[in-house]
Write a protein that binds this ligand. Structure first.
Ligand code: GAR
Length: 219
């Protein structure tokens, strides 16, 4: 029996390691999302070659080739709709999206952010966590709302901040957590197990087992 899989696009701007984690998970026919398209706003982004090598359709919508944010987002929206996309994952997509686009994809647009939101929205999250003396740091997958780096949290993963950490060593440990939580979070949303209630996301009974205190919800 084949299960219906949600047609999902991944939006990237750079190297695409989170994209690769999502592609790997979706290579399993039992995974509830199929990756229908990878779109970059940056021509020649390394992620595009990686996606093409994995046999995934790619597109570039260069924000600099459009007169303003709205024109860029309308072009992006058209590319997604032409491919029959149902869910969109931002994975290192470094453009702020306007409320127009966010509303068009309401509850169907996910983002990964390298911090334990609502702490450290924005850039340079690892340096800021170190500067603040945090003992715990991590990553968040959330449903996108119009405000930057805000919206219902689907999954979070944490790491300890070690005395010897630099920005780079901390970033590397957090990135491994990102690669663990994003495929889980997408599976929860694509399967319908994640139920959004205001700012809270509850996981339907049975969808999350063997709790791992550092990855919530565990798979
Ligand atoms: C990831 O760490 C992601 O969390 C971050 O960019 C990196 C992209 O890496 N995203 C943001 O900072 C968004 N505000 P990747 O291209 O290897 O997935």
């Amino acid at each position: 029996m084949t299960i219906p899989r949600k047609r999902t696009a991944i939006l990237v701007s750079g190297r695409g390691s989170n994209m690769t984690a999502l592609l790997s998970a979706a290579a399993d026919p039992a995974y509830p999302a199929e990756i229908a398209l990878v779109v970059s706003n940056v021509p020649g982004a390394p992620a595009l070659d990686k996606a093409a090598a994995a046999g995934i359709a790619t597109a570039t919508v260069d924000h600099r080739a459009h007169a303003g944010r709205r024109a860029f987002e309308e072009a992006l929206d058209t590319v997604l709709r032409d491919k029959g996309v149902e869910l969109v994952c931002l994975a290192g997509f470094m453009r702020l999206l306007t409320p127009w686009f966010v509303e068009r994809w309401h509850d169907r647009l996910l983002n990964i952010h390298p911090a334990l939101l609502p702490a450290f929205k924005g850039l340079d999250t690892h340096a800021r966590a170190l500067a603040e003396g945090c003992k715990i740091h991590g990553a968040t997958v959330h449903v996108v709302r119009a405000e930057m780096d805000a919206g219902p949290i689907v999954a979070q993963g944490a790491v300890a901040v070690l005395d010897g950490d630099t920005e780079d060593t901390l970033a590397a440990r957090v990135l491994a957590v990102e690669h663990a939580i994003y495929p889980r979070a997408l599976a929860l949303v694509a399967s319908g197990a994640a139920q959004i209630d205001g700012m809270r996301v509850r996981i339907r009974d049975g969808a999350s087992t063997s709790p791992d205190p550092l990855l919530v919800p565990a798979g």
